[in-house]
Design a protein around this ligand. Sequence first.
Ligand code: CIR
Length: 253
Amino acid sequence: MFKHAIVRKPCKAMVKGLTAAKLGTPDYALALQQHQDYIVALRECGLQVTELAPLEDYPDSCFVEDVALITPQGAILTHPGAPSRRGEVDFIEAAIKQFFPYPDYIDAPGHVEAGDIMMVGGHFYIGLSARTNRQGAEQMISILSKHGLSGSVVKMSDLLHLKTGLSYLENNNLLTFGEMHHHPDFSDYHRIEISAEESYAANSVWINGTVLVPKGFPLALAAIQALGYQTREVAMSEFQKLDGGLSCLSLRF
Ligand code: CIR
C-alpha cells in the first residue's frame, strides 16, 4: 500500500515546458485546477499529499516523477537527460530527505528520468530513451542491487518515457501502447492493449486498488474496469499538452 505522495504545484512558466505534442499552449489557470483535482484524487486513494511550491525557473518541474525514484527500500535522486530539467533535482532533495534521509544519486555521464522506470514488486524495468542512457540505467541497477532489489534495461525506440507506453496495474496486468504491445520483455504479463487513438491513457496509475485514468478515454476506461478495478478519472488536458501523464505528476510511496 502507498501512504504518501509528493507533488509540485505547476509554475506559470509551465506554458514554456518541453513538448512534442502539438496540442497547443497549456491554459495555466485550468492546469492549476486540474492539478488540485489530481491532489484530491490522490487523497481519495488514501495518500497523504505533500505539495511543494512552484519553481518558476523550471517550466517542467510539476512532473516530479522524473527527478527521483522511490523504492520500498529508499530513494534515488536522478540526473535528468533533459538539460533544462537537471536543476529540479536540487529542489526535490529536501522534500525527499524528510522521508528518506540518505538517498542515493545518479551522476553524469549517467542520465535517468524516472518516468523511464516501472516498478513491479522488487523489480524495476528501466527504459533506454532520449532521457535515460545506459550508464544511468547501469548506475540505477547497481544502486537497486545494493538494496536487495533488481533492475533490467528495456530497449525502446518511439516513446518519450517507458511509462508513456506502459503501466503496471498489479495482479500481473499491464497496459501497453505501440511498441510495448509485443515487446519481448513483457510477454509473461497479461497485456491490455490501448489503441493509438487512446494512447495517452496507457499512462494510468494504480494506487491502493484504484486506478487513476485520464479523463476522456472511454475504451481504456472500460477495459480497466472490466479487469475489476475501481477507477477514478482525472482531467489532464493541460498536462497532456506538455507530454506529461498521470504518473508524472507525483512520487508515490
Ligand atoms: C518533459 O518533456 O520532460 C515534460 N514536458 C514532460 C515530462 C513527462 N514525464 C513523464 O513522462 N514521466
